[in-house]
Design a protein around this ligand. Structure first.
Ligand code: MF3
Ligand code: CO
Length: 240
């Protein structure tokens, strides 16, 4: 998973920015990422998952998650682009999402994604032995609500490892259920999903694309984190 995380974050952080520009289709982005993954023996785990046909999810503006790559979706100036990828190396998966702006973003888009990023970092800091899953959830909710944005309740983070989705479920809001106690060796996909206005989302007629009902912007960012004796180790970052 460590290897998968290093290889995937290199592609997403170092190579993807060069193709994010006006006029490029979300399918071209997907093809680019899949080719880069195969070059370094990363398997695109989304492909074939519940019938999904692409290596990545490319979710733009009001699309929160699971945006389906298409040659009809063309990047335009000011777009907020979230890219979500699951990659495995020798059968072990990591799950990661990052955001990009096409040209100059709106102040709102910038603020939304800064809050999503801050929420992710505060949540990761809770991924410590002895804490509960709920401590992660609470950290996200607190950060997002303090800043006046919406917390999506329809999707959650999750354990990740041999499979994309493993126990435990990691909601982005505080629940009655404290969830399990975190232990050394657990690997968690932590993924705040937030909205500019109302947190309600719906799934498009394609059966995948999740959009805000009110058409407001949606934010998503994700890392895979290993719980270690010394604290959280983020596997999907380059660390330099
Ligand atoms: N990152 C996605 C998630 O956690 C991975 C599965 S969605 C699919 O929901 F696109 F691959 F199907
Ligand atoms: Co995920």
């Amino acid at each position: 998973m460590r290897t998968a995380g290093k290889l995937l974050s290199h592609i997403i952080v170092r190579e993807v920015p060069q193709i994010i520009k006006e006029g490029v289709s979300s399918l071209a982005i997907d093809n680019f990422i899949e080719a880069k993954m195969r070059e370094v023996s990363l398997k695109p785990e989304c492909k074939g998952y519940k019938g999904y046909q692409y290596a990545t999810c490319v979710s733009i503006n009001d699309v929160l998650v699971h945006g389906v790559p298409s040659n009809k979706v063309i990047l335009k100036d000011g777009d907020l682009v979230k890219i979500d990828v699951v990659a495995s190396y020798k059968s072990y998966c990591v799950d990661m999402a990052r955001y990009f702006f096409v040209g100059k973003p709106s102040k709102t888009a910038e603020k939304l994604m800064q809050v999503a990023e801050n929420a992710l970092n505060k949540a990761i800091d809770q991924a410590r032995v002895g804490n509960r899953v709920r401590d992660i959830s609470t950290a996200v909710e607190k950060e997002v609500e303090t800043e006046g944005f919406g917390v999506v309740r329809d999707f959650a983070g999750h354990g990740v490892g041999k499979y994309i989705h493993e126990a435990p479920e990691i909601p982005n809001f505080r629940t009655e259920n404290k969830g399990p106690i975190l232990q050394i060796g657990m690997t968690l996909a932590i993924e705040p999903m937030i909205t500019e206005k109302d947190a309600a989302v719906y799934i498009d007629s394609d059966g995948w694309t999740a959009r805000t009902k009110d058409g407001g912007l949606a934010g998503h960012i994700e890392d895979t984190v290993l719980v270690t004796e010394e604290g959280p180790e983020v596997l999907t970052r380059l660390g330099d």
